[in-house]
Design a protein around this ligand. Structure first.
Ligand code: DAH
Length: 359
């Protein structure tokens, strides 16, 4: 038979277990344990049937009251747990919309791209259109058409990358172009004379040190007309350097030799090395920046232009080289290492307009 004290124990046990429950699953377990089909309180209620009527009259209401009490304690605890869970979620998912946005790094324009654009803009102002050619070219375009025959030492000097060829492939040998000069030939073939183009692009040579990388950039220039002379070349280049460096830049033409020009000249620009950094347009030192000359008659012929009717100048300049000079970048290799710190330091904002003078 069931005693009142037994009921009190039961109440206390469940009340404290419910109070200690920390989640819905634990609470559900307690519900089953107390008032589920085989729960402790349910079993007690089943025993009512075996009681005499008097005892049942006393115990019935008490058990019902206990059942109600435990059921509502369960419900209250369930509500409290849900409230706490919601509070925790509100805390965790709280968003301060007044906080400043997190800094998102914008990419930068690579100095080579910047200088490529600057050079293109300056030559465009002087009436030069942009021409293009393939980076993998036949050795005819890269060498022969430019008056560099097979035995010529210039072929060896250029540390040329030859494309691998399968046995039985009898197409002419192809190379990674060693300079932008083959674009001269392609432009002549495509347009005939007169002609006024620049050809910026990637070139390749097997060479690697502080001032050489296996891939680098050149901009070729070509102007063909009836009476173009070295004087025009000199004016165009001086105009270019002054616009590019934003200051009057003296040039020095030194007699030189290239197979594709006659006469040929290497061009230096005026600079100073004061304080260990190079400054263009002042001082009395000279820096070589390009090769140039009057286009060789054989080259005109290779491009399908009659050398008795037409003549002109050509030049080839290192884009990376003039980028290093203009922006004070000491090591060429870093240009192509994709180090984000370097790119952020030397790169340009997309909104930054090229710094060129005049135009
Ligand atoms: N192609 C030469 C080089 O890569 C540069 C050059 C020199 C280009 C003289 C020219 C030129 O058009 O006339 O070193």
């Amino acid at each position: 038979m069931m005693e009142g004290a037994d009921m009190d124990d039961l109440r206390e046990k469940f009340v404290s277990l419910i109070a200690a429950a920390t989640d819905a699953a634990a609470l559900e377990e307690l519900r089953v344990q107390a008032v589920g089909k085989k729960g402790e309180i349910s079993l007690r209620m089943r025993e009512l049937g075996k009681m005499g009527p008097e005892e049942r009259q006393v115990m019935g209401p008490k058990l019902n009251a206990l059942k109600d009490e435990i059921t509502s304690a369960l419900a209250a605890k369930k509500a409290a747990l849900e409230d706490a869970a919601l509070d925790a979620r509100l805390q965790a998912e709280w968003l301060d919309v007044t906080l400043p946005a997190r800094d998102r790094r914008a990419g930068t324009i690579h100095p080579v791209s910047q200088v490529w654009e600057e050079a293109t803009a300056i030559f465009a102002d002087m009436g030069f259109a942009v021409a293009e050619g393939p980076q993998i070219d036949s050795d005819w375009y890269n060498f022969d058409a430019l008056n560099i025959p097979g035995h010529h030492p210039a072929r060896a000097e250029m540390d040329t990358f030859y494309m691998a060829r399968a046995a039985g492939d009898n197409r002419p040998p192809h190379v990674l172009r060693t300079h932008t000069s083959p674009v001269q030939i392609r432009a002549m073939e495509a347009q005939g004379a007169p002609i006024r183009i620049i050809a910026p692009g990637r070139v390749y040579r097997a060479d690697y040190d502080q001032t050489h990388t296996p891939m680098f950039h050149q901009v070729e220039g070509l102007a063909i007309d009836r009476d173009i002379s070295m004087a025009n070349l000199k004016w165009v280049l001086e105009e270019f350097f002054s616009a590019f460096f934003g200051t009057a830049v003296k040039t020095r033409f030194r007699a030189s030799h290239f197979p594709f020009t006659e006469p040929s000249a290497e061009v230096d620009i005026q600079c100073s090395w004061e304080g260990g950094t190079v400054k263009v347009g002042e001082g009395d030192a000279w820096l070589e920046v390009l090769g140039s000359g009057m286009v060789h008659p054989k080259v005109l012929q290779a491009g399908g232009i009659d050398p008795d009717q037409w003549q002109g100048f050509a030049f080839g300049m290192g884009i990376d080289r003039i980028a290093m000079l203009k922006y004070g970048i000491p090591d060429l290799r870093a240009f192509f290492e994709s180090d984000l710190r370097w790119l952020r330091h030397y790169g340009f904002s997309a909104l930054q307009v090229p710094t060129i003078r005049g135009g």
